[in-house]
Design a protein around this ligand. Structure first.
Ligand code: CA
Length: 336
């Protein structure tokens, strides 16, 4: 295998109890010659058992997970835990502190940087640490997202299809246990370098999810995350089953994103006028919106159409678009 990480830490992953410390990534700059980027990490451990790794702030401008995991760190006590819970509430800390998707230090998108590079820029070094140190100790992983500044989402938990039916069955069981109102299966991969794709390579039972967006903090999204994380920890065997919690919830609605045709892209640069709302059910060929040219109002707007039927689960937040920006995407009922 490759080189070792240059990140060091003051937490001991094998020690029982609650530790809240930092991962130190050497970062030498004018204001601090021997300085470090200090990325928060918590380990809450009690004896032998499964390891659950919960992560937020993969994208810095996606906040529900960051809020929920900070609260979890302060409230979860080792006495409740069987095994180990590792929590990173702000994985790409420079991005989280900047309220930005990517790191201001290197323009790095942590969720496109896996499996990372120990000698790379900060974002790649963080990805490498997660992939080479944390993933090998992890049995269950949840990477908490939202749509970020540019997208709005209807909240859902998700899993990504792997090449292993056995792993997919375990992820599906975890997805249902999390208990979000909507659970989504990603069959389509947008790009490379995702954290959850890397976790799947390690054969970890892996969930993701989008719990809001628009660079805001969703009240309902935080509720779903906080309840769901407890359910996920219980499902993993890290928390004792609690008869008072959860009760008989409404079963989750299973949906899927199957291919590129679920996504609508802006056909031109301009000002995009959407004509559908989140949650609308649309038909193939239906108008999604149109691009206006405010610098030349004589010019006819250019339409963008849905290429398949489905429910609008994601919409672009910003009005201005470049050609190729995703303006909306659909999900359809899960067919299994
Ligand atoms: Ca995201």
């Amino acid at each position: 295998m490759g080189k070792n990480t240059r990140i060091f830490t003051d937490v001991d992953y094998e020690k029982d109890g609650k530790q809240v410390g930092w991962l130190y990534l050497p970062y030498s700059v004018t204001r601090s010659a021997y300085g470090n980027i200090s990325i928060p990490i918590a380990v809450i451990k009690n004896g032998k058992g499964p390891t659950v790794f919960l992560m937020a702030g993969n994208h810095g401008d996606e906040y529900e997970g960051q809020v929920a995991l900070c609260k979890l760190i302060r409230t979860l006590e080792p006495g409740e835990v069987h095994g180990r819970v590792i929590v990173m509430p702000a994985a790409n800390l420079p991005a989280a502190l900047a309220g930005a998707r990517v790191s201001p230090l290197d323009d790095g998108n942590l969720n496109r940087a896996f499996p990372g590079d120990p000698d790379g820029s900060p974002t790649y070094a963080i990805a490498h640490y997660i992939d080479s140190v944390l993933f090998p100790m992890t049995d269950f992983y949840h990477d908490l997202h939202s749509g970020g500044s540019s997208l709005d989402y209807i909240p859902f938990t998700s899993m990504r299809k792997s090449d292993s039916p056995d792993l997919d069955a375990k992820a599906m069981a975890a997805l249902k246990a999390f208990g979000a109102p909507i659970s989504l299966v990603w069959e389509h991969t947008l790009d490379t370098g995702f954290a959850n794709a890397a976790a799947i390579q390690h054969r970890i039972v892996t969930l993701g999810g989008e719990f809001g967006g628009g660079g805001s903090v969703s009240v309902s999204g935080i509720r779903i995350v906080e309840q769901g994380i407890r359910n996920f920890l219980r499902h993993a065997g890290c928390l004792a089953a609690d008869a008072s919690a959860g009760g008989n919830q409404t079963p989750t609605k299973l949906m899927e994103v199957k291919n590129r045709h679920y996504f609508v892209l802006a056909p031109e640069a301009g000002l995009f006028e959407p004509v559908v709302e989140l949650g609308d059910n649309v038909t193939e060929g239906q108008l999604c919106g149109q691009v206006h040219f405010v610098d030349n109002p004589k010019r006819e707007p250019v339409p963008a159409y849905f290429r398949t039927a489905g429910m609008v689960i994601c919409k672009r937040r910003f009005g201005r678009v470049e050609r190729g920006d995703c303006v909306a995407h659909l999900a359809t009922d899960w067919k299994g």
